[in-house]
Design a binder for this molecule. Sequence first.
Ligand code: FMN
Length: 219
Amino acid sequence: MATLLHIDSALNRENSVSRAVTASFRQGWEAEHPDGTVVYRDLAVNPVPHIDTVSYALGGVPEDQQDDAQRAAFAAREQLIQELEQADAVLIGAPLYNYTIPSTLKAWIDHVIVVGRTSAGDQGTAAGTPTTVVASRGGSYAAGTPQEGNDFAVPYLKHALGTVLGLETEFIVPELTLARVVPAMAELIDTADASAAAAHEAASNRGRALAGKLAPASV
Ligand SMILES: Cc1cc2nc3c(=O)[nH]c(=O)nc-3n(C[C@H](O)[C@H](O)[C@H](O)COP(=O)(O)O)c2cc1C
């Protein structure tokens, strides 16, 4: 049995493209591996706290010297880290907000990066875990567009998840999601629809493929 850690972070809960595309991944995963475990975190509904003056010191205070606040903060952080360490695959919905990732997702990343444990090159405790990021955005940041170079989400996530945590990352990027909302973008609706369709297909295929690879006995 394989475990999928699924994280969504979009504020929009009704018409979110990243939520819909992560759902496509998950449908593919569950179709292939119905007996698998899915650990779900919705960071918009239940945000984790910012890493703070207490929780940052995880691992730095011997157990018999911890006070109640430290014990509670370390336990909460430990749960997030272990969810990542125990996952066979990770799925993250990461909408673009003000040119970067949601602050809730940054808070989660701050908790799970622990130097010498999860961050230890290819020896990191989650290194090699296949990780799919659905990076939705209202505009386009593709090469040759006016906003080229202004997406600080995908480059940051490639570094934090890929280089620092050693996860095997793949990005699915549905773009121009605001084309149906912003009148000035109306001529981009067809391109936006094609981007969304490609994202759903890629997500569904990847969910199926990863489940088939990680849990072949269930096929
Ligand atoms: C607070 C906020 C900030 C946003 N900032 C950007 C931005 O910098 N660039 C962009 O292209 N779209 C921006 N958008 C639009 C979202 O990226 C777009 O609606 C995307 O589809 C959000 O993901 P979702 O559909 O999963 O909710 C922003 C939306 C919100 C709510």
